[in-house]
Design a protein around this ligand. Sequence first.
Ligand code: UD1
Length: 420
Amino acid sequence: MDKLVIYGGKRLKGIVEINGAKNAALPIMAGTLLVEGEFIIHNIPLVRDVFTMSEVLETLGAKVKIEDHTAIIDTRGAVGYEAPYELVKKMRASYYVLGPLVSRLGRARVSLPGGCAIGARPVDLHIKGLRELSVKVNLIHGYIEAEAERVIGNEIFLEGVKGPSVGATINTMMAAVRCSGKTIIDGAAMEPEVVDVANFLRTMGAEINGAGTRRIEITGVKKLNPVEYTIIPDRIEAGTYAVSGVITNGDIVLRNVIPEHLDAVLKKLEETGAVIERRGREIRVKGQGRIRSTDIRVSPYPGFPTDMQAQFMALLCIADGVSVITETIFENRFMHVPELMRMGADLTIDGQNVVVRGKPSLSGAPVMASDLRASAALVIAGLVATGKTEVSRVYHIDRGYEKVEEKLKRLGAEIWRVRE
Ligand code: UD1
């Protein structure tokens, strides 16, 4: 298992290219199963989850070729309908094949993903979405088995106790594109990735209105076409580098971003004292001395993203003052707390809140990554800690960040990968 070794204390400076959004690429790759033909998808991030999704598609009979950052996906031979446990356990998002397979083949068998490090993460809303479209769904032998002679449009209220679900909104939308009649999804997730999937489906010929609002309307169409499409930039990757710039008191430019997707994150960075300049598809982020404390409450888009919570905690560990971070979406998303404390952070967990008492510095230590965004937080802490930090279990960060150590090195960080 690889680890990242970091010597902290270098100011980051320069330009960093942001890749395509992993969380849009995964459902869009799955969405190619909706129709037979050859798709060309640009701005694909070269991260492990994308390669796992390629494996899922290949298991179903599709051919996937990824060159540079373009995927050519040929779904002409894709007649399989089962996503096995071996793949789904590697990546929950494998369940995105459910909607497209039900729509095209009238059946799907997808392993139940189970829990993960950040919480129980049920799939009840995915199942609800399908059932309301007249799909028969059974849970048997650890699998979701879905079958439908016809997908029939319906009005669906999809919000769960924890709020809207990105995954269930997208899966239901993909299942519904060829429904008879009309489908309305109320309580839909509004994340930019939902909008990107809707735009991809519309390019294919789907009739979808309201993506990006709480109410999405889908009128079933008979025919869809394979298309060429470009994925939006990854707002979470961009946010992670922005925090890296601020924590090191640096001056960096994020290239290939959609600044409005980062509004909540950039506003919080400004509250910590950073100077942010937005120019077209670029954002300049400048640190301005000691970081100021601020409170953060995670909420669905357009609120502050749960996927940036861990990275901001690393930042606030060295702020001047006390901050409170409230996680409202995933009940167990504080796995980075004990690791940051090994680096000298003063953190107290109280239910869904973490009280962060800022300190002037952190000290490097061996730490362990537990999930994707937690590992990003540990790398960020390592960039500013005194001495040497070793982040083990780097495969977590490779799931969602392309060439993280190379990008940080180019910005001036002292970081390298040790292959074990
Ligand atoms: C997606 C993102 C993930 C991000 C999350 C929230 C992908 C591949 N992953 O995950 O990075 O952190 O959105 O922005 O895009 N829930 C239920 N029942 C369900 C589904 C979800 O109760 O059937 C709950 C979840 O446990 C959670 C909340 O709803 O508490 C939101 O989860 P959801 O938006 O579905 O997250 P994902 O789509 O899994």
